[in-house]
Design a protein around this ligand. Structure first.
Ligand code: PLP
Length: 352
């Protein structure tokens, strides 16, 4: 046998979410509220009605109707996916062509560039300014410099936790010929969504996930909102049964409970604000450079010795996400937020 792995895949390492047992997990921006627990009876009843020997509805029609009703949009503008991650792979892998120029910003969600590489796009990168704020002007400058076929960005952004205004986003969409892939994974925690007008634009794909605000990361459900032309193309290139029947059933239940969703979002925002308050209380301490005001369910802080602090937190059985000089800390329960703030306080005390 002489088959050798090609250069593209030879040195890749499988994605490994932080393994190990930690008492407090604030690393993945999941919801600290388990929707499965809250709506258990409804989920069980929906799941028990599924014929497991049959393929699921390839269009996920019932689910898309409920999603559309919740967000006040047209059901025909919604395409469901196996997590928004799958939709990103469908867009970068099948919708765009090999070699297409894809513009991303840094820092932003790392998977954009990862899939861009895997699917052999031409990755173009624009660095954000030191304040990490991205404006329409920054994006338009990068677009005119790079002449991309597609631009992909998250708003609010992970990891910066900052949001771009609706006016800025619409300015970008209306003034570029490139395809704009707008990832609103965290927009439930902010108020600058353009989801209600997304279907009007022929160069926009808006992405949403149920993994964050909706507390369903285990279920793998995301969706795209777009114009009829793009929706048709997305349906044509995705795999026909991309969203399994169990996920469709669970998704249909969650979106049939708008009051539950709104209550959960309020609770998470409250936790986020408490965590932000707690962390800003450490702002004057040695080693803390800044704490950004979040529009997400996590807080980003910059430290002199982020790596050391990160390792010390792990020793206290608390896992967060480290990105260079930054720690990205997901809002947890009141108790978890209290624990991470006091652990940080102790660590900074010893280090200074
Ligand atoms: C978590 C996250 C996603 C992934 O969502 P899934 O639906 O779980 O695949 C997409 N975009 C951003 C910016 C995220 O943080």
């Amino acid at each position: 046998m002489t088959y050798e792995l090609n250069d593209k895949v030879k040195n890749l390492i499988p994605y490994d979410a932080v393994a190990g047992n930690y008492e407090i997990r604030l690393d993945a921006n999941e919801s600290f509220l388990d929707s499965g627990e809250a709506l258990r009876d409804q989920f069980l009843s929906a799941l028990s009605g599924i014929a497991l020997n049959r393929y699921p509805d390839p269009m996920a029609s019932e689910l898309c109707k409920k999603i559309a009703k919740f967000y006040g949009i047209d059901p025909g503008s919604v395409v469901a996916g196996n997590g928004s991650d799958e939709l990103i792979t469908v867009i970068l892998g099948a919708f765009l062509r090999p070699g297409d120029r894809v513009l991303t910003f840094s820092p932003d969600f790392s998977m954009y560039r990862f899939y861009g590489t895997i699917y052999e796009k031409t990755n173009l990168l624009a660095e954000k300014e030191d304040d990490l704020i991205l404006t329409a002007g920054d994006v338009m400058d990068a677009v005119s410099r790079n002449q991309p076929d597609a631009v992909i960005l998250s708003n609010p952004c992970s990891p910066t936790s900052l949001v771009m205004s609706r006016e800025d986003v619409l300015h970008i969409v209306e003034n570029t010929d490139a395809l704009v892939i707008l990832d609103e994974a965290y927009m439930d925690f902010s108020d600058q969504s353009i989801i209600k007008v997304a279907e009007k634009y022929d160069n926009l794909i808006l992405l949403k996930t149920c993994s964050k605000a909706l507390g369903l990361a285990a279920v793998r459900l995301g969706f795209a909102v777009s114009s009829p032309k793009i929706v048709k193309a997305l349906h044509s290139v995705r795999s026909p049964y991309n969203v399994n029947a169990l996920t469709q059933a669970v998704g249909t239940v969650i979106f049939s409970n708008p009051d539950y969703i709104k209550g959960a979002i309020e609770e998470i925002k409250k936790s986020r604000d408490e965590l932000y308050q707690g962390l800003t209380g450490l702002r004057e301490r040695n080693g803390v450079r800044r704490v950004l005001k979040p529009e997400t369910n996590f807080v980003l802080m910059e430290l002199d010795e982020a790596e050391r602090v990160y390792e010390e937190l792990k020793l206290k059985s608390i896992i967060v996400r480290r990105l260079g000089d930054y720690l990205r800390i997901t809002a947890g329960t009141q108790q978890e937020n209290g624990r991470v703030v006091s652990a940080l306080s102790e660590i900074l005390e010893v280090m200074s």
